[in-house]
Design a protein around this ligand. Structure first.
Ligand SMILES: Nc1ncnc2c1ncn2[C@@H]1O[C@H](COP(=O)(O)OP(=O)(O)OP(=O)(O)O)[C@@H](O)[C@H]1O
Ligand SMILES: [Mg+2]
Length: 458
């Protein structure tokens, strides 16, 4: 039952309001002025306050201020005579929920009360939700600035609302698990479990029992019946990480489980129905594995209803700086160390084969190396380039087949220069690295590109 406090110095008015509200099942308490009201509010929880504005001792506006100052958030609706409507407007500006002018009709009062209560319920639900989300998100924020990553997250957000199987395919350290957790968090299943299973980390003879459970005595060591991850994830999401490493036999069982939405424990005959959303991840090319007959094609179709491909960090260098800042913050070092320009350059001219995970590790190492100096410079980060000379992947020769019709080499070069500049956000050091040439050679090509662009040939 909603409890409402009525504040008015006119006794007749309080009674009238009380009768109207009590007839609709509200519990009503009365106070004769602001001072009296504030004492009562301090002792009891109210869903709403209806108050006159002009009152002796403490008026309505003062009461509102005092409630705000004491973090009492229940909504306040004012009743005002036509003559004092200005103060009512002022009250709204200061945070009142609504106002009603005197004389009023019963319906008008009831409607305002209902609307205010509804609104305040939505606000408080919203606050709860936000708090829950913040708790769930702690440590799982996904940081990005690039358009490509924004598009990936948009896809993830959209598929989250469905029950479709998702396959996240990307290089190691690109955030596949983070995205899987995000999808679960944004899904209607978020009150139930998110259960990660690393398919590569379980020995092949145990993988089935791990996923589907086993009956007592199913194999040596199975001394009691055990629930598998599918059952454990019931109602929630199972995250099959490194799915490309699942042994073929287990693949057949998984396929059956996905098709039938039922599982069979190892050594058991009963079929147990399971309601689980499946998200898989891999850094392998599963189509190639299908060709090599290491992976079942029918299973690939099943799990790849909705593919998501987080791009490698080198294809979204815009994200490097905010990610690095984020990791500094996470390490508690954001205040004590700063990244200077040469440091930023070093971060941007490195190609991050280990992606975001490598960046996180580099941040940690840099903070230690920076010590009390308070600065992370290019020198601090020199460990990035030790042990590797060229990161670029050699392009298979036949992808570069010269067409019969021939090409214009200069156009080709212009095109590559443009792409390298885009990729590196106009960082010439990185751009020249991307093309495997020296800075000075890059400058020559860039000059040619700019001239051609001016004359409209590029
Ligand atoms: N966009 C991002 N924002 C913040 N942290 C990120 C982001 N992407 C990745 N990370 C962090 O980088 C690390 C690696 O991410 P994650 O484990 O999700 O990658 P992965 O693709 O599953 O890697 P692997 O293939 O090696 O399992 C984690 O610590 C994760 O929190
Ligand atoms: Mg992972």
């Amino acid at each position: 039952m909603n409890q409402i406090l009525i504040v008015d110095d006119e006794e007749k008015m309080r009674h009238l309001l009380a009768i109207i509200l009590e007839s609709r099942g509200y519990k009503v308490i009365q106070a004769a002025d602001g001072v009296n009201a504030f004492d009562i509010i301090n002792e009891n929880a109210f869903d709403m306050v209806i108050s006159d504005i002009k009152m002796p001792r403490m008026d309505g506006l003062e009461l509102l201020e005092k409630m705000k100052a004491n973090h009492i958030t229940c909504p306040v609706v004012f009743i005002t005579a036509f003559a004092t409507i200005d103060s009512a407007v002022e009250a709204m500006r200061r945070g009142a929920a609504d106002y009603i002018t005197k004389p009023f009709e019963e319906d008008r009062i009831l409607l305002t009360v209902e609307r205010t209560l509804n609104f305040s319920r939505i606000i408080s639900e919203n606050r709860d939700l936000k708090q829950r989300l913040q708790k769930a998100e702690a440590g799982h924020e996904i940081i990005f600035k690039s358009q490509t990553m924004a598009a990936v997250m948009d896809m993830a957000g959209r598929v989250a609302k469905t029950d479709s199987a998702v396959l996240i395919n990307g290089e190691s350290g690109t955030g596949k698990e983070l995205i899987a957790r995000y999808i679960h968090r944004m899904s209607p299943r978020n009150e139930k479990r998110f259960v990660p299973v690393n398919c590569a980390a379980i020995s092949s003879n145990l993988v089935e029992s791990e996923l589907f459970g086993h009956e007592k005595g199913a194999f040596t060591g199975a001394d009691k019946k055990a629930e598998g991850k599918f059952e454990y994830a019931s109602g929630g999401t199972i995250f099959l990480d490194e799915i490309g490493d699942l042994p073929l036999e287990a693949q057949a069982k998984l396929l059956r489980a996905l098709q039938e939405k039922r599982i069979q424990r190892v050594g058991g005959n009963d079929e147990v129905p399971v309601d689980v959303r499946v998200i898989c991840a891999t850094n392998k090319n599963l189509s190639q594995q299908v060709e090599k007959e290491d992976f079942r094609q029918d299973l690939l179709f099943r799990i790849n209803v909705f593919p998501i491909q987080p791009p490698p960090l080198r294809d979204r260098m815009e994200d490097v700086e905010i990610l690095f800042d984020y990791f500094l913050k996470k390490l508690g070092a954001a205040r004590s160390v700063k990244l200077d320009k040469s440091g930023l350059n070093a971060l941007k001219s490195y190609l991050w084969p280990g992606n975001v995970r490598e960046l996180a590790n580099a941040a940690e190492r840099a903070v230690i190396l920076a010590g009390d100096k308070g600065q992370i410079t290019g020198d601090t980060l020199s460990f990035l380039n030790s042990g590797q000379t060229r990161d670029c992947v050699p392009i298979p020769a036949d992808e570069y087949k010269l067409p019969r019709t021939g090409i214009i080499l200069e156009e080709f070069e212009n095109n590559l220069v443009r792409q390298a500049l885009e990729m590196s956000e106009n960082n010439q050091t990185l751009a020249s690295k991307l093309l495997g040439i020296t800075r000075s050679k890059f400058r020559v090509l860039m000059k040619q590109y700019k001239e051609n662009r001016k004359t409209g040939r590029a």
